[in-house]
Design a protein around this ligand. Sequence first.
Ligand code: AKG
Ligand code: MN
Length: 203
Amino acid sequence: MPANKGLYLLKSKLTKVIQQEILAAARAVVKQAPLFRPSMPNGQSFNYSMTNCGDLGWVADKSGYRYQQVHPHTFKAFPDMPQAIKDLAIEIAQETGNNDFSPQSCLINLYRKGEKLGMHQDNTEENLSAPIISISLGDTGIFVLGGKLRTDDTRQYIVQSGDVIVMGGESRNYFHSFKGIIPNTSNLLKNGGRLNLTIRQVN
Ligand SMILES: O=C(O)CCC(=O)C(=O)O
Ligand SMILES: [Mn+2]
């Protein structure tokens, strides 16, 4: 694994049936824990909407970036991570050499036309060595991956519905961003857009 630093770009990993199953699970989460738009500590609103499921959810506001058990608007506990999402994440982790992965949080991001996520590292987690498992559903989009430093060269990857990215090993802490969707490239989501699920072990 060190040869490719634990980075896996699994094209067409999920069949249509699995994509639909994961989408249904994500929809059930959104019903209980509505999508919200976090804001950066400086007050600037994020460019996309998100929610979470699992023991912990990632949130952001004027008090900073953190994990917490409750939804920031409803103050209800985030719903349990659906078994289908948990099982899939564990299976993918195992297939990529991460045998003791324990999914604690699943972020569900929704990107509509023109929405994006800037360059960042996933570093709110106490555990910075467990892999990040990232599942794309719906419209095709452009994922950008850099290196350990913000100034490192970047590469763009087209991500399509059913693709899975695993950022493990050294790549766990690589800078990355999502540049946006190419509208009307998938009919998986009724109203279009892209859902990205990142399954994480927080501690
Ligand atoms: O949408 C994506 O592909 C990336 C999402 C991401 O990096 C994040 O939520 O931290
Ligand atoms: Mn990220």
